[in-house]
Ligand binder design. Structure first.
Ligand code: GCB
Length: 620
């Protein structure tokens, strides 16, 4: 009897415990939903921000370095309510009798745009949260919508305005804009951004990569002003298969969705008027005979789109790109892509994330000097200056998202994140004639989940933009000791057989290049998206000695000789234009946290191999 009572009592105890746990879970869930209620996704991306009415918010921002995320979570690791989080921006000095344990009004400034790692010595290796604050006045204008536009924030940004969290964005290399219409004051707006660059296993990129994870508001921040209904997005391009017609679409944003819209290219005396539908969308088509954009004649036209409420002008080029067998055709003519890979890092000794037009001009100027007509912007979307300046200089572009190495291919959230970055990249740059290749991945391990993941990204790319080539940087496979190919199943889904290979560096020594035979059984353009080896600028020695300029020079010479034997080779992008910072590169006195495979040093010194490439490209 007493045993039964005991069992009953035990059951009751278990039930009670379970109920308590459930209630606790419910409470935690409630608390976190409430505190996340303000963290909406940003507004849809506004394109051609350089062509709009903007007010810069660049300059010195006040900052708080917060490795434990004290300003976001309380001591139970529950998100603070609005009043106690740092978004409240309490004035520490206003009333010294009240306890606040943070104070934005100190001299802890950081420059925006810019990564934090290179701005303060003690942030050199820092990965975590930094709070940024900017106080600004704003002159109210009637019938105007306002957005805060971020060129990029690495990696996660939570934006707060005047005490309220208003948006969250994930992904360190794509732009986002947050609508603040009706939320600004004439004076003393407090804009706070919690930027967190902690790496995550389920992130894109993931925990491991061969480049430094520069944190911060790495690109410009600005207010964008638009009419109440404005032209948010558009696409203007040659009609596929009919290069004497220009087609595209316009997307309005706002209540007055149905409007007459004119697309005009004055220099071509071409224009067309269409009416947008209830969703603010219209397609158009018109006759025009543009000069085609190409590296030798990077012709751009002023294109003006005018609706009843808005008008925007862009510089747009027209060209076709396709493949035929093993060739890449630009405007119907075979083109050899004389390229180079580039990380978005400053030229010369400054080091850190590049962000300005000047940085772009120097980096791309070096590529031109080497004889390039093509650049691979690795391994993530670069800032808009890079793409626009390249377009103006006649450099074709390969643009990619950071689906790099071993990310979580089975995780639907990781997929959603990668797809969002892809969509943002295509949205920003689809009117750039020089972008000819969208790339969805770099050196990802074979397997079914990965194939499904990448196939979905490829489908998404083609659906958003059927006019460009789609690629991925794959890896080589050995058939025997001297015969190599690419066996990756992905080859069937992409337009190029593009792959990275390091024969003579990770794979044997330089003379191995002389023995290799490359065979491909499908007829697609072959593209070597990486090759190369390390050298310290000014370090000399025997051709067999690693990290000397002589070794690198010899490796490049033998590599290009080997490439001349590859049937169907349509382009190369050696790794890499300039030495770049990477925590994987640890030899003191040689690497010093830099990947030394640059053809140019981090200080701007051209290594011997630079001239091997230049000579080879000049011969092509
Ligand atoms: C690669 C990667 C690139 C690395 C490079 C290297 O294959 O795609 O991100 O930096 O090799 O230097 O090892």
């Amino acid at each position: 009897m007493s045993g039964k009572i005991n069992i009953l009592a035990h059951h009751c105890f278990l039930m009670e415990n379970l109920m308590k746990r459930l209630l606790l879970l419910l409470a935690v869930l409630l608390v976190s939903t409430i505190s996340y209620a303000g963290e909406d996704a940003p507004a849809p991306q506004i394109v051609n921000v350089p062509g709009r009415q903007t007010i810069s918010l660049d300059g010195l921002w006040k900052t708080i370095v917060d490795p434990y995320e004290n300003g976001y979570y309380n001591y139970r690791m529950h998100p603070h309510g609005e009043a106690s989080s740092y978004f409240a921006d309490r004035d520490f000095d206003a009333d010294r009798t009240v306890l606040y344990e943070y104070n934005f009004n100190t001299d802890r400034n950081l420059i925006v745009p810019g990564d934090w790692n290179t701005q303060r010595e003690n942030l050199y290796y820092y990965e975590g949260t930094v709070w940024y604050r900017n106080i600004f006045d704003y002159e109210m204008k009637p019938d105007t919508r306002t957005f805060i536009y971020f060129g990029a924030a690495n990696y996660e940004a939570i934006v707060g305005l005047n005490g309220k969290k208003i948006a969250k964005h994930v992904g360190g290399y794509t732009p986002f804009n947050v609508e603040v219409t009706g939320k600004l004051k004439e004076e003393g707006n407090s804009l706070i951004v919690k930027v967190d660059n902690k790496r995550h296993a389920d992130g894109v990129p993931t925990l491991n990569s061969d480049w430094w994870n520069y944190g911060g508001l790495t690109r410009s921040v600005m207010i964008v002003e638009t009419p109440m209904t404005f032209i948010r997005d558009y696409c203007v391009q040659l009609k596929s298969g009919e290069p004497k017609r220009i087609e595209g679409w316009i997307q309005l944003d706002g209540e007055q969705a149905q409007q007459d819209v004119t697309v005009a290219i004055p220099e071509l005396k071409a224009s067309v008027k269409v009416r947008t539908d209830a969703e603010g969308r219209a397609s158009f088509e018109m006759k025009a005979k543009p000069e085609y954009w190409c590296p030798g004649n990077p012709k751009l036209y002023d294109v003006t789109i005018t609706s009843e409420t808005d008008s925007v002008t862009d510089r747009i080029g027209f060209r076709t790109v396709e493949t035929r067998g093993t060739e890449i055709l630009l405007n119907g003519e075979p083109v050899f892509c004389k390229g180079v890979s580039i990380h978005e890092e400053m030229p010369y000794s400054e080091s850190g994330r590049a962000y300005s037009e000047d940085h772009a001009r120097i980096l791309l100027g070096w590529a031109k000097e080497m004889g390039c007509n093509f650049v691979r912007l690795a391994h993530y979307p670069h800032n808009e200056h890079m793409v626009r300046v390249a377009e103006e200089m006649g450099l074709m572009v390969w643009s990619e998202i950071p689906v790099y190495w071993t990310i979580q291919f089975e995780n639907p959230e990781t997929y959603a994140n990668a797809e969002a970055q892809l969509v943002d990249m295509i949205t920003r740059d689809r009117n750039r004639a020089n972008v000819i290749i969208w790339s969805v991945a770099n050196e990802t391990p074979h397997g079914k989940p990965r194939l499904e993941f990448l196939k979905k990204l490829i489908d998404k790319t083609r659906q958003m933009d059927p006019t460009r080539l789609v690629s991925a940087a794959m890896e080589k496979d050995n058939i025997d000791a001297v015969t190599v190919t690419v066996k990756d199943e992905l080859v069937d889904y992409v337009d190029l057989i593009s792959f990275n290979q390091y024969v003579g560096w990770y794979d044997g020594s330089t003379e191995k290049c002389d023995r290799m035979n490359w065979v491909f059984d499908i007829k697609k353009p072959v593209f070597i998206s990486e090759f190369g080896g390390g050298a310290v600028y000014g370090r000399h020695g025997d051709v067999t000695e690693r990290f000397t300029e002589e070794y690198q020079e010899d490796l490049y010479q033998r590599s290009v000789n080997m490439f001349d034997r590859i049937e169907g080779l349509a382009g190369t992008t050696p790794w890499i234009l300039k030495d770049f910072r990477s925590p994987r590169r640890q030899i003191v006195g040689i690497q010093d946290d830099f990947n030394r495979k640059g053809l140019i040093s981090d200080q701007g010194g051209k290594k011997k191999a630079f001239y091997v490439m230049k000579k080879w490209y000049e011969s092509k």
